[in-house]
Design a protein around this ligand. Structure first.
Ligand code: TRP
Length: 452
């Protein structure tokens, strides 16, 4: 039975919805700390090159597959070729790994919002504040529960239009506010060194890890290689310019990540007194550096801090809602459970898987997998291992099984497809070869640092 598929009203609706899914903690929390850690300018350069080549080709392919088949990932790959149904399942695994730890970070953001709203923003300035908070056994889990609860509630009631409307308002505010914070941050004394570090590529800092991490971040940030864009593509109208939409989504997403980097990286230089080891702070960077920027601007800064974390919370919520929605709909479709029951089970499962990611910063910090705590390990497995594998199989599938022409035909329905040549070469040859090389180097790299 063919069901009529709902669709986005037009191109703007599609681009905003896809950008809403793409813009999240990945841009504001993850990108700056990776850029800081993996070489600054060289990371930025590699990231942008990857986005306009790999990212472009993969996003075009995923959206076109969705629009062509009118189905979400699991059904779509199966419809195109039975032998590739497994690809649908593999892509479905990625959001299941990401969602739990995403909620842990979401909980931290909620805590920071509460800190600012209750007027305690000054306390967050101390270097130990963040570390003390995340290493406690109970408090982060309470915030995690609140965050997961809100996410599940939204998915449960499916108030998509509410979230959608709110995010249409919040997103532009987030953009403006981020630019203000970035301007403030780069004009602090001592920040200029950081601007140079962030903007000028230093090729001596280049390593295979730079490419691997940048690639993982690109998939993560654009919500690629996990079937989301296939699903969104299935809601897209045939006359909507596909190529142009992809360009706009990428610009939006990369723009926000770029500005977030400008907020955080120069501030590290300005406030760490020349101690560059602060750049390696990792996942906590946003929570440690930004409070200093806000406190430096006095009372106004503290208010800005509250507003800022509210925006981040919103960006995060829209993303975790769609992550959870994906997981819930997979189980609903597969096992024919009711939505209510599925929501509850996903909530409980997610909470249980999230616990180690939270406790790994405190009482379980002695347990290391591949030299990483639980949160970093889940992050590594999903972004640096699984997503490249899914992307590789997708490239082979498009390049050699259904052939690029199948995608091109779909794109040509609505666009001139100027970058057709680029698409073809990237998807068939460049992307698969690079991904294999990068995967091998990452596995070798991981082998050296095993410290279980
Ligand atoms: N792109 C989101 C971010 O930058 C995170 C994310 C990855 C996501 N995959 C997703 C969000 C799927 C929604 C759906 O934070």
């Amino acid at each position: 039975m063919e069901q009529k598929r709902s669709s986005f009203s037009g191109k703007i609706g599609f681009v905003l919805a896809a950008a809403g899914s793409a813009v999240g903690l990945g841009n504001i929390w993850r990108f700056p700390y990776l850029a800081a850690k993996y070489g600054g300018g060289i990371f930025l350069l590699v990231y942008i090159i990857l986005t306009v080549t790999f990212g472009f080709a993969l996003m075009v392919a995923e959206i076109a597959i969705g629009r062509k088949t009118g189905l979400s990932a699991i059904g779509a790959y199966k419809k195109l070729d039975k032998r590739f149904s497994f690809l649908g399942y593999l892509t479905a695994l990625v959001p299941m790994i990401i969602l739990p730890y995403y909620c842990v970070i979401g909980g931290w953001v909620t805590k920071y919002l509460a800190v600012y709203v209750t007027g305690q923003g000054m306390q967050a300035v101390q270097d130990t504040f963040f570390q003390n908070f995340i290493s406690q056994p109970v408090e982060p889990i309470v915030w995690l529960c609140i965050y997961i609860g809100v996410t599940a509630l939204i998915v449960f009631f499916g108030v998509e239009s509410g979230v959608e409307k709110a995010s249409k308002f919040m997103m532009p505010v987030l953009v403006i506010l981020s630019i203000c914070v970035a301007v403030y941050s780069v004009t602090r004394p001592g920040a200029w060194e950081g601007v140079k570090y962030y903007l000028i590529p230093d090729f001596s800092r280049f390593s295979p890890m730079t490419v691997l991490v940048a690639m993982g971040q690109m998939f993560y940030s654009l919500s690629l290689a996990m079937g989301i864009m296939v699903t969104y593509g299935s809601y897209m109208k045939k006359d909507c310019d596909l190529e142009q939409s992809v360009t706009q989504i990428e610009l939006f997403d990369t723009g926000i990540a770029f500005v977030a980097g400008l907020m955080v990286v120069p501030a590290v230089f300005a406030f760490s007194g020349g101690d560059q080891s602060a750049l390696n702070a990792g996942a906590g960077l946003m929570f440690v550096t930004l409070p200093k920027v806000f406190a430096d601007a006095g009372t106004l800064g503290l208010i800005a801090g509250g507003v800022f974390f509210l925006m981040v919370l919103f960006a995060a919520l829209t993303s975790s809602v769609s992550l959870m929605e994906t997981v819930v709909s997979i189980f609903c479709d597969k096992f024919h459970w009711s939505r209510k029951k599925t929501c509850l089970l996903v909530l409980i499962g997610c909470l249980l898987i999230a616990l180690p990611s939270s406790l790994g910063h405190g009482i379980w910090s002695n347990i290391q997998i591949l030299g990483k705590n639980f949160l970093d390990f889940f992050d590594f497995i999903s972004n640096s291992v699984l997503m490249p594998i899914v992307a590789l199989i997708t490239c082979i599938f498009v390049g050699f099984v259904i052939k690029p022409q199948a995608i091109e035909e779909e794109v040509l329905l609505s666009s001139k497809f100027r970058r057709r040549g680029l698409f073809r070469v990237v998807i068939k040859y460049i992307a698969p070869i690079c991904i294999v090389l990068i995967l091998i180097s990452s596995v070798l790299d991981a082998m050296h640092i095993i410290t279980i």
